[in-house]
Ligand binder design. Structure first.
Ligand code: GTP
Ligand code: MG
Length: 387
């Protein structure tokens, strides 16, 4: 951003610097963190809605028209923790809801360095060539510290990031995984309403976040490496059971042979695993995100999955189940936070914990007591607390 000296035309020639002022160049985009287009070129058209305060209807209309600026602002609203924003986001989502759901939601996970971002770049570009509209999202609960994994990765998604048909959004920095997940689920809906028909959702495969992402996608893809140690494969066993396909990446150069051996091993191992999706048998494949070898094949697999599960009704049923589970999760989370903040509960919790630890109060009785207090009973009415 450059600073230029501006001198008003009425200023005397010999007036010196006292008559000049410094003017900062404006920014083409809004202050919501994204340019009006997903690409970085600043001479692309700026949203006609920009900088005007919008109603929920205005936001929804902008999203439905595919306006990038409004899309970014709507997602910012969805990601906000301010009560006023949360209310407006819900109003917008209500309007958008009938226009959502027309996409394939693809979750991509794997250990750091396996090549998730490089793979997303390769698959994303392939899908754009096929005429799809692609949005890339990330779920990374640690991103409040790291500043968002995808943002740091933009260099790996250089082509995709420059393409106006693609929309890339880094992970919301929501603190808890529950918070990040809520925001990503709603962002998925907003992107679908904006017309994106393939959503690629990246998450780092280092813990709970894969399970969370599994619960918000249709197809779950696990990227793996050939020759990674046994202990690593042991850790991944639980995750392997969640996968609709295993993809051994970096099958290029000298590694091609190892990748094929690993594919055979995984294929055998998967015989003994519970299938992740009813009516679908998960298989192992190889690809190279660098040479693009196998990218078209994995998309064929994913398309076949959609075809088969749509025909059998499992696709729709899964989404309905995911939505219902989501409601329960949110209720759980909300109740837990109400419980933790309840003044009477917090007053007695320490004493109760002590009594349970000392063995003077059974755990079940402690729960009954806490829930009774949470339900409105006075702690002083409670028998064990008088001791
Ligand atoms: N040879 C080869 N290298 C690859 C391939 N895919 C990715 N890489 C390289 O592997 C490294 C890690 O790739 P990333 O795409 O950043 O991996 P990631 O899984 O997104 O990593 P995190 O975001 O840190 O979890 C980079 O140096 C890539 O160039 C591939 O198919 N073949
Ligand atoms: Mg990455």
């Amino acid at each position: 951003m450059g600073k230029t000296e501006k001198r008003p035309e009425w200023a005397p020639e010999e007036g010196g610097k006292g008559f000049a002022c410094r003017v900062m160049d404006g920014v083409a985009a809004g202050h919501d963190g994204i340019s009006s287009y997903a690409g970085t070129s600043s001479n692309k058209p700026v949203s006609q809605y920009r900088r005007t305060k919008l109603t929920a209807q205005g936001y929804a209309e902008g999203v439905l028209k595919g306006d990038r600026g409004i899309l970014g602002r709507t997602i910012t609203m969805v990601e906000s923790n301010l009560p006023a924003h949360m209310d407006q986001a819900q109003e917008i989502l209500k309007i958008l809801l009938p226009h959502t759901g027309n996409s394939l939601r693809l979750g991509i996970t794997g250990v750091p360095g396996v090549g998730k971002s490089t793979f997303i770049e390769a698959l994303g570009c392939y899908l754009l060539e096929q005429g799809h509209k692609v949005a890339v999202l990330a779920v990374d609960p640690s991103s409040s510290i790291s500043g968002g994994s995808i943002l740091g990765d933009k260099t790996r998604m250089e082509k995709l990031g420059r393409d106006a048909r693609c929309f890339i959004r880094p992970s919301p920095s929501g603190g808890t995984l529950g918070g990040v997940a809520r925001k990503t689920r709603e962002t998925i809906l907003v992107c679908e309403a904006a017309g994106f028909d393939v959503l690629l959702i990246e998450t780092v495969g280092v813990g709970q976040s894969e399970i969370t992402v599994r619960s918000m996608v249709d197809f779950f893809l696990l990227l793996m490496l050939a020759g990674a140690g046994d202990e690593l494969q042991g850790i991944k066993k639980g995750i392997m059971e969640l996968a609709d396909a295993l993809l051994i990446n970096k099958a290029d150069g000298d590694n091609k042979l190892y990748a094929e051996t690993a594919r055979n091993e995984y294929e055998r191992a998967m015989h003994y695993l519970q299938p992740s999706t009813e009516g679908w048998v998960s298989h192992a494949f190889t690809c190279s995100a660098v040479t693009n070898d196998g990218i078209d094949n994995i998309w064929k697999v994913i398309s076949r999955f959609k075809e088969i599960t749509s025909k059998s009704g499992i696709f729709e049923q899964h989404r309905k189940e995911q939505n219902i589970r989501w409601v329960h999760e949110m209720v759980d989370e909300h109740l837990r936070s109400l419980f933790a903040q309840h003044p009477e509960v917090t007053k007695i919790l320490g004493t109760i914990e002590e009594q349970v630890a000392e063995g003077t109060l059974p755990a079940v009785a402690a729960v009954q007591l806490l829930l009774a207090v949470f339900g409105g009973k006075q702690a002083s009415e409670m028998e064990p607390l008088r001791t």
